[in-house]
Design a protein around this ligand. Structure first.
Ligand code: 5AD
Length: 373
């Protein structure tokens, strides 16, 4: 077997190398991997971490993903929708607090009332957030599930900021059997995973910086699956990746299948982030909130392992407790300004700085879109 320090000097990695790195448990090897990923990030992306203020504007969902705490069939969660005014107010708070971007997330709906609501909200946010500090307005990331190409285009136009326009749509796992298991597909002929890949292509066509990702440590998932996930990130030519540990949720259908032991899960999640960074240098990688559900400083650990984006939750506090995709979701009680100050301090402890009033677009996308100065 290759020695870790030899392996970490490589710029190309075989599947065997990737699996070898993913399975690291030895603390000394883990530190070497962490340092290599952190340094690779600095080399390609500099020292800044970017904020995306996360607004979870509704937990109403038409889907029944078996891992998710807000799936349609969980009747124990009170459902909510923020008003347009509440969403716009949260977005303006982000702009006033020097966030360059926000992320709008909700349960998945495809009805025209929902589509028009999002369109209206996007237009208003853009109008209200163009300023000297943000000449093209807030950057907008949408995380609103699978929609049609026409809808992606309608929202892109409404967002009014083509250089800060992004969409997150995780494919969750590239293992078809596992994907079908997660999504309750009745037959193996179901085209769910293919549809997800097609949606990612449509998003690119509609002009978005395209982000996707997976859950790490899903029951039944292997290291080979995670390696194939990284190969899929490459094949899809993603601009952004968001991935985090799989955590059981009391309201989810998969509760009985259990989850990995917390320490081992954290190790695997950090390994996956670090290896992804070593394989793909110039993409944005978000430190998922789920990391922090496992350990208080989980997201800082994410930054140390190659993440360069953080998504502080700026959802109004009154509804936050009802947007629990998994157990132990952090910051449910905190006001945005508290978590903001605290977060800046945490990020600075890693040696990074916070990129304020900047869009922080993916360098990978900038190169493709000819946006590099
Ligand atoms: N554990 C971890 N991540 C989860 N997500 C949903 N449920 C869970 C869970 N139980 C993630 C999915 C989804 C994103 C919005 O949240 O990856 O794409």
């Amino acid at each position: 077997m290759k020695k870790i320090d030899t392996l970490l000097k490589q710029t190309e990695f075989s599947d065997e190398d990737i699996v070898r790195l993913l399975q690291i448990t030895d603390p000394q090897e883990a530190t070497l991997l962490q340092k290599a990923a952190f340094n690779r990030t600095t080399e390609h992306l500099g020292n800044q971490v970017y904020y995306r203020g996360l607004i979870e504007f509704s937990n109403i969902c038409t889907l029944d993903c078996r891992y998710c705490g807000i799936r349609k069939s969980n009747h124990l969660v009170p459902r909510y929708e923020l008003t347009k005014e509440q969403v716009v107010e949260a977005a303006c708070w982000a702009a006033e607090n020097h966030y360059g971007s926000i992320c709008l997330q909700s349960g998945e709906r495809r009805d025209s009332k929902f589509i028009d609501f999002v369109t209206d909200v996007l237009e208003t946010i853009h109008q209200k957030t163009v300023s000297d500090a943000l000449p093209s307005g807030l950057g907008i990331t949408l995380s609103l599930g699978e929609q049609t190409l026409e809808v992606y285009k309608q929202w892109a136009q409404a967002a009014g900021n083509p250089i800060g326009l992004r969409y997150l749509l995780r494919f969750e796992t590239s293992n078809l059997k596992l994907f079908n298991h997660l999504h309750y597909s009745k037959s193996h002929h179901d085209k769910g995973l293919e549809r997800r890949y097609q949606a990612l292509k449509d998003l690119r066509e509609a002009g978005y910086q395209v982000g996707s990702g997976v859950m790490i440590g899903i029951p039944g998932q292997t290291l080979e699956d995670l390696c194939q996930d990284i190969r899929t990130f490459q094949k899809l030519d993603l601009d952004m990746i968001g991935m985090g540990p799989y955590i059981t949720s009391p309201g989810a259908d998969m509760l009985g299948e259990g989850m990995m032991e917390k320490k081992a899960l954290m190790r695997l999640a950090l390994n996956m982030i670090a290896v992804t960074r070593l394989v793909i240098h110039d993409i944005n990688i978000a430190a998922a909130t789920a990391l922090q559900a496992l350990e208080d400083d989980g997201r800082e650990k994410g930054i140390l392992h190659g993440c360069n984006v953080i998504m502080p939750n700026i959802t109004p506090r009154i509804v936050r407790k009802n947007y629990q995709l998994y157990a132990n979701k952090p910051f449910i009680e905190q006001e945005p300004s508290d978590s903001n100050k605290f977060l800046q301090h945490c990020i600075e402890k890693t040696g990074r700085t916070v990129g304020l009033n900047v869009l922080g677009s993916s360098i990978h996308w900038k190169k493709r879109a000819g946006q590099m100065q």
